[in-house]
Design a protein around this ligand. Structure first.
Ligand code: ASP
Length: 353
């Protein structure tokens, strides 16, 4: 399996063109909305359009912050909050379900300029897990909080709390039913407060093989030269036993360091990202002199030779974003002070407005 993934590994630099020859941008921003088996044949035209519009909205939120002189951290949070609220993505509303029929949300953020970091795992009532991760970083003496305690902390610092049914989507519920049937596991009752079964619309039909992908992430360089990274996810469909993936593990799915000159957000089979310390390793490779692109490629190839599939986005101090995947697609986009917002979905596609 991983040999096939490696054989088809694709490394996607941003569309170069004339802007590549220009000076480094004052600020730069990149996002992803998950990697996976995302092929033209799997996405309806409506889905394709909806994803592109959604990615563009998230890019615009980040670029509004950065163009106004705001911080990399604020840009990362603004874009991720938009994607958390968007049911298209596996984060916040639209997150995948656990085998018990719950949404348990993980997120992390890291400030490259001072190496502070915050993360949360297993949230069930906080509307914006990325905001909770940031609050852990800035308003607690800790780096990582989990479960009920993490929601309690988020509420205590004034972050919006919602009924767990807020996160429910029919699309993900159907994905859970399919996954549980395949594993011969019982299907739980629909969550209290969830709407009754709804007709599946073309827009709500998940692309094939979307068992886990749809995690969202962002990396930014601001006009003061600060790097930041953030990631938010519902994890994996039908996860059990309090499973936590790579996203809230600092250095696995999320890392940023101005010292190394690197910010990373990952998506894919979290267990392998944890075992290979992917995000931290990419930064170490860059600190040792590798180009952003080569570091991302080498690390994804190495890590996913252990198993699994996925991708990463990386930002460096020159404002150069890189995308590396071992899958057929990744929802992704980039914008900078010298280039307009551009998005792409399929592996063979260059970013375009
Ligand atoms: N990395 C996430 C996890 O393992 C899932 C994903 O990115 O699709 O929880």
């Amino acid at each position: 399996m991983h040999l096939i993934s490696l054989a088809s590994a694709l490394i996607l630099g941003l569309a170069t063109g004339p802007a590549a020859a220009q000076d480094a941008p004052r600020w730069s921003f990149a996002i992803h909305g998950g990697a996976g088996v995302i092929e033209r044949a799997n996405l309806s035209p409506e889905q394709d359009t909806a994803y592109r519009a959604s990615l563009t909205r998230a890019l615009e939120a980040g670029s509004a912050v950065l163009a106004g002189g705001g911080s990399a951290l604020d840009a990362v949070q603004a874009a991720i909050e938009i994607m958390e609220d968007d049911p298209l993505f596996n984060a916040g509303r639209g997150a995948v379900f656990t085998a018990a029929g719950r949404n348990e949300l993980d997120a992390a953020v890291m400030n490259g300029s001072d190496l502070t970091a915050g993360s949360v795992a297993g949230l069930t009532t906080t509307r914006h897990p990325i905001a909770a991760a940031r609050a852990v970083m800035e308003r607690s003496p800790h780096v990582m909080l989990i479960g009920e305690g993490a929601d309690t902390f988020a509420a205590s610092v004034g972050l919006e709390q919602v009924d767990p049914a807020f996160f429910f989507t029919e699309r993900r519920w159907r994905g859970l039913e399919t996954a549980l049937r395949a594993q011969n596991l019982p299907i739980p009752a629909r969550p209290a407060g969830a709407p009754g079964p709804q007709a599946e619309t073309r827009l709500s039909t998940p692309p094939l093989n979307e068992r886990k992908f749809g995690t969202v992430g962002a990396v930014a360089l601001d006009s003061q030269g600060r790097l930041a990274a953030g990631t938010s996810t519902g994890g994996m469909t039908a996860k059990r036993w309090g499973r936590v993936g790579d996203v809230p593990v600092i250095g696995a799915g999320t890392y940023a360091s101005n010292r190394d000159g690197c910010a990373v957000s990952a998506t894919g089979d979290g267990e392998f990202y944890i075992r290979a310390s992917v995000a931290r390793d990419i930064c170490a490779r860059i600190a040792l002199g590798a180009t952003t692109q080569a570091a991302a490629q080498a690390e994804v190839d190495d890590a996913l030779s252990l198993g699994g599939t996925g991708g990463v986005i990386v930002m460096d101090l020159a404002g150069r974003p890189s995308f590396a995947i071992t899958t057929s697609g990744m929802y992704r986009g980039a914008v900078s002070s010298s280039e307009p917002a551009r998005v792409a979905i399929y592996g063979d596609e260059v970013l375009r407005p």
